[in-house]
Design a protein around this ligand. Structure first.
Ligand SMILES: [Zn+2]
Length: 232
């Protein structure tokens, strides 16, 4: 009988823990598990070796791929997203940068500018010009991707959702949420270029071009994540 008591106690504790976990999920956006599951899905559908993913405690909602070698998602981004399809969209966009080798072409371009500047400085007999321009070039390589590369990554994300049979509107509403609740735009990463009307319209058109029947959800201002504790 004693064994039964402990078994029942264990069951009750487990159910309680599960319940608490569910409450936490409902009130605080997406969980780390949601993010990791979505990343595993993205890598599987894209046919790429999963890059290491880390979650960063940060109050700016953002996600980025570092040197095409790892992916980071901030806790603030997890708070403003509500659907798993949204983090799937964001991570597909980041995978797009890696698959399309955006980082490499950015570095090559910047290196080209840097070398040209150094040669120009040498030709003019002025090392300061060369050095200053080389510094600018190095900055270019780390300042994030171009607008064209951002559009390519968005397209990659929409296409990947269709390929994997996922809801392609996730990328769209993640951008809407970022525009409404994201606060200040960051210098690099998913939050680098403001998710403006033009970018949203392009994503919408890309989705509707594949399936005109898809209804694109609009995010309301009233859906703003309430900040603070889980027990609100
Ligand atoms: Zn991007």
């Amino acid at each position: 009988m004693r064994g039964n008591f402990w078994k029942t106690l264990a069951k009750v504790s487990l159910s309680l823990a599960a319940l608490l976990l569910m409450c936490e999920t409902a009130s605080a956006g997406l969980t780390e598990k949601d993010v990791r599951n979505a990343w595993a899905d993205v890598c599987k559908i894209a046919g790429i070796t999963p890059l290491p993913l880390s979650i960063k405690e940060d109050e700016s909602p953002n996600a980025w791929v570092t040197s095409g070698k790892s992916v980071t998602v901030t806790t603030a981004l997890m708070k403003i997203l509500t659907r798993e399809e949204e983090i799937f969209g964001v991570l597909s966009h980041e995978a797009g940068h890696a698959v399309l080798k955006h980082y490499e072409s950015r570095v090559n371009n910047a290196a080209g500018v840097g070398i040209a500047a150094l040669l120009l400085g040498k030709a003019l007999g002025d090392n300061t010009i060369g050095n200053a321009a080389a510094g600018v070039a190095a900055g270019l390589a780390t300042a994030g991707f171009s607008r064209e590369q951002e559009v390519e990554a968005d397209d990659f994300a929409v296409d990947l959702a269709f390929k994997g049979g996922k809801d392609p509107t996730g990328l769209y509403t993640s951008l809407e949420r970022l525009a409404l609740f994201g606060g200040k735009t960051q210098p690099s990463g998913f939050n680098s270029h403001p998710p403006d009307e033009r970018r949203l319209l392009h994503v919408k058109e890309r989705i509707l071009a594949v399936n005109p029947k898809i209804v694109i959800p609009e995010v309301e201002k009233s859906e703003a994540p309430r900040s603070g504790n889980a027990d609100r």
